[in-house]
Design a protein around this ligand. Structure first.
Ligand code: B12
Length: 225
């Protein structure tokens, strides 16, 4: 039964049909699956498989990429309220695009993947000043700042991740808040993340989710006295 549900869910997401995807998961609940099974056995495996297929296919449709992550995030949010033991969020991230950068699609895909992996995301939007990233991360007690940049000058320039790193250092909070970056320039130069002072980077939404969730877990272990 589960295999058929997974196939139906994938088909709905390939068609970017959000309502059909909701109908599949509601049907799965009626058929006896728990909300936990829907998330962990249907939504997340489908997200992983589809993201890796889409990432490998240079002709992949951008809308499909975007909708896969959005639908996964929406279905997960619907299911979470029905979990028998509501899961604790893995942790908290503040996310935005670098100062001067208005490219929002990559950030939105990453946000969707993070939500599906049960990471709480505070989305600061686009064109975010470095000071805002740091102020909001402190205010929300976030473990990670995630900066998306699609242009070379916003990825490598002085007003993006480099400035966030400088502020974390000035304020003495580098051990508490980690900095993760992503966007096309980091894919072209895989060492660029180090040059700008980030702790990590990831090439796509799913890898971003995993890298960030791992950093949060490591941070939380350090917090335990
Ligand atoms: C769509 C697009 C636009 C749209 C943006 C719409 C929107 N709401 O996002 C519009 C038309 C507005 C636009 C405007 C401009 N654009 Co434009 N744009 C693109 C385009 C075609 C696609 C970008 C995109 O959405 N990719 C798809 C997403 C899914 O991929 P992604 O962002 O890389 O995200 C993935 C990963 O990188 C990663 N990721 C992303 N963020 C993060 C963050 C973290 C923390 C992590 C871990 C991972 C991660 O996960 C994501 C999901 O898998 C690219 C060309 C290209 N093929 O890349 C040019 C491109 C980025 N644009 C470019 C330029 C120059 C501009 C403009 C200056 C054009 C102009 N003259 O006005 C303006 C700048 C506006 C501004 N100030 O930001 C150049 C940049 C050149 C450079 N090397 O710096 C590019 C490369 C086009 C080109 N070849 O010249 N653009």
């Amino acid at each position: 039964m589960i295999d058929q549900i997974v196939r139906n869910y994938r088909e709905a997401v390939y068609e970017t049909d959000r309502e059909a995807a909701f109908a599949v998961v509601e049907g799965a609940l009626v058929a006896g699956l728990t909300a936990e099974e829907v998330v962990f056995q249907v939504v997340i495996p489908a997200l992983e498989q589809m993201m890796s297929e889409i990432t490998r296919d240079p002709d992949a449709n951008l809308a499909q990429h975007f909708m896969t992550a959005q639908i996964a995030a929406d279905v997960t949010e619907r299911m979470l309220v029905r979990f028998s033991h509501p899961p604790e969020a893995v942790g908290r991230v503040v996310m935005g695009t670098a100062r001067g950068d208005l490219h929002s699609l990559g950030k939105r895909i990453v946000t969707g993947c993070l939500k599906a992996l049960m990471v709480e995301v505070i989305d600061l939007g686009v064109n975010v000043a470095a000071e805002t990233f740091v102020d909001r991360a402190v205010a929300h007690d976030a473990q990670v700042i995630a900066v998306s940049a699609m242009m070379v000058h916003t990825a490598a320039g002085e007003h993006g991740a480099r400035r966030v790193r400088a502020l974390l250092r000035e304020r003495g909070i580098e051990d508490k808040i980690k900095l993760v970056v992503g966007g096309a320039p980091y894919r072209f130069d895989e060492q660029l993340y180090r040059t700008v002072g980030a702790d990590a980077w990831a090439a796509d939404g799913l890898a971003a989710g995993q890298v960030i969730a791992d950093l949060i877990r490591a941070q939380r272990r350090l917090d335990i006295p």
